[in-house]
Design a protein around this ligand. Structure first.
Ligand code: IMP
Ligand code: MG
Length: 179
């Protein structure tokens, strides 16, 4: 597997190998399986970035699941709060459901903190968040992540679903920008 890749003229080197990622995804799947025994949670996967992580994670959760995909887009609102997050594709009634939000990466926390509010407003029984990656140094909108794959430095990463200007999502490992 490639140690280095060049995307849009920028060089990236491998940061998390396929084996490291899948080992951790397996751990997360086991934890979720133990925590939700006897339940049928709803997986709410955030497109596009979480598509590969979600596909691997659900195959390591040994429970019946409902799986839904949502797309979030941030835009400048006209209210005094400034930016807003729009949620597209949320069809399922979440009332009394056990919701597990699946994200690829939490950077500032803006996207997720807004999405969690939307989900909670639909009266679910419970809401938990799983994110493959988290950048603790970048957080400026606090949001509690229940299951974290890896805490990483504040560097740009791509692969395993994550893109750089829509390029590189298909890479099987996670690569970090070489400064
Ligand atoms: P936040 O709202 O600042 O937490 O940003 C979250 C979104 O920014 C993620 O869902 C990603 O789409 C994108 N993002 C943040 N950091 C990275 C990165 O290092 N690589 C690729 N995408 C990133
Ligand atoms: Mg994303």
């Amino acid at each position: 597997m490639k140690e280095e890749v060049t995307v849009n003229g920028k060089d990236f080197s491998v940061y998390l190998t396929k084996e490291e990622i899948i080992g951790r995804v397996w751990d997360l799947g086991q934890q979720i399986t133990n925590d939700y025994r006897g339940k049928t949670p709803i997986i709410l996967s955030v497109l596009n970035g979480a598509f590969i992580f979600t596909a691997d994670l659900v195959r390591h959760i040994e429970l019946p699941l409902n799986i839904e995909f949502v797309r979030l887009s941030s835009y400048e609102g006209t209210s005094s709060t400034g930016k807003l997050t729009e949620v597209l594709g949320l069809k399922t009634d979440l009332e009394n459901q056990d919701v597990i939000i699946v994200e690829d990466i939490v950077d500032t926390g803006f996207t997720l903190s807004n999405f969690v509010k939307t989900v909670k407003s639909k009266n679910p029984n419970s809401v938990k968040i799983v994110s493959l990656l988290r950048k603790p140094e970048a957080i400026s909108f606090p949001v509690e992540i229940d299951y974290v794959g890896f805490d990483i430095p504040n560097d740009f990463v791509l692969g395993y679903g994550l893109d750089y200007d829509e390029v590189g999502r298909e890479l099987p490992q996670i690569y970090k920008l070489v400064e």
